[in-house]
Design a protein around this ligand. Sequence first.
Ligand code: ZN
Length: 437
Amino acid sequence: MTLILPGWLVAAADQPPRAGWGVRVSGSVIDRVGSHTELRAEFPDDEVVDAPASILLPGFVNAHVHLYGTLAHGIPVDDAPSDFWSFLEDYWWPKVEDALDVEMIEAATDYVCAEMLRSGITSFYDILEAPNAIPDALLAQKAVVERRGMRGLLSFEATERAGERIARQGLGENAALIDACDPGGLVGGLMCWHTTFTCSDAFITEAFGLAADRGVLSHAHVNEGIHEGLWCVENNGHRTVEHYDQLGVAGPDFLASQCVQLSERERELLAMRDVKITHMPLANCEVGGGIAPIPELIDAGATVGLGSDGYINDFFSVMRGAFLIHKARLQDPGAMPADRVLHMATRGGAEALGLERVGALHPGWSADLQLVDSTFPTPLTSHNLFEQLLLWRDHHHVSDVMVAGTWRVRSGEVLDTDMARLRARTNEQARRLWSGS
Ligand SMILES: [Zn+2]
């Protein structure tokens, strides 16, 4: 048993921070939450982690990442077409996604998992888009994530764009991974397909049925920019979320990522049907997709998690994006307060992914947690702590990270890991990808 006694405890984003409080970890879960004095008196024989200059808070949940995406950071796009459809068809699909192999995916998975742990992320959901790396790419990823000791949900983005054989293999890849995962283990799977413009209604309905049979969520990217909604109107006579509603997919077992360009009706449907949503403020900026109406969706009762989309994976940066972008869009400094952002980054993400007892430090909940340096140049108070944390901390302020009761980062070092070696290996694989060899 371990007592973790920080300067400040943030047990959950919907509770005020408490000075002089800590937690007791027993096995893989939080056993008790209380003041230092109470915990020390009650458990005098426990090992004690004293951290007076730290904030203890739940580990972050990166609710949408593409681990392979790191290999494309900085890839030359000078020759790529600027039109959305040609960019996908003539550049991104053939030159990046179709060129990925298992060796590249394993290197990126290992490096990004270590990097995410280092920045306080303890859980994530990954979407792999690599039609020529299946079958078994997900099983290879699973082995890497298990070695890292992270809580990871993995999926392959099945699509019909590359032909019938790859389409069938894509669904099979997800089903095989889900079936191979221990229900009580750290690694699990989701069913996933690309979009309405690369998958037929029959294919989507079949995938959704396979997920329902296995009791897991289904995932798709939805309206990342203006294109999918317009495509749907042209081909189906109504917009994307309306189409998913008609197919019987729009419900609490559907995770819709992005949700940037939405009509009023689509917003209503997402909230009314309890569709789970992930928000990726920085990646939305990168692709010029727009700004998702997240405050409005949350006000309407939607469950929203935060994701990096594999772009900038430092969650402090992602949180800052979510904190600031809606203030500018709505011309309202009160929009998207810090506690709401921290909720999306922790419990909101866990709820969106269907992770139970993850994302807050309550008794009986998973001991997924992090310690962050609390030495600021201005006084820390229960009223300003969330903002101080969001605005003026970065991954290098995270000193220690625990997943399911096991320390994975101590004193800023990812345990048993040579980051320079992982980085060099990933760099070598990125060179292979870029050169098409
Ligand atoms: Zn994505």
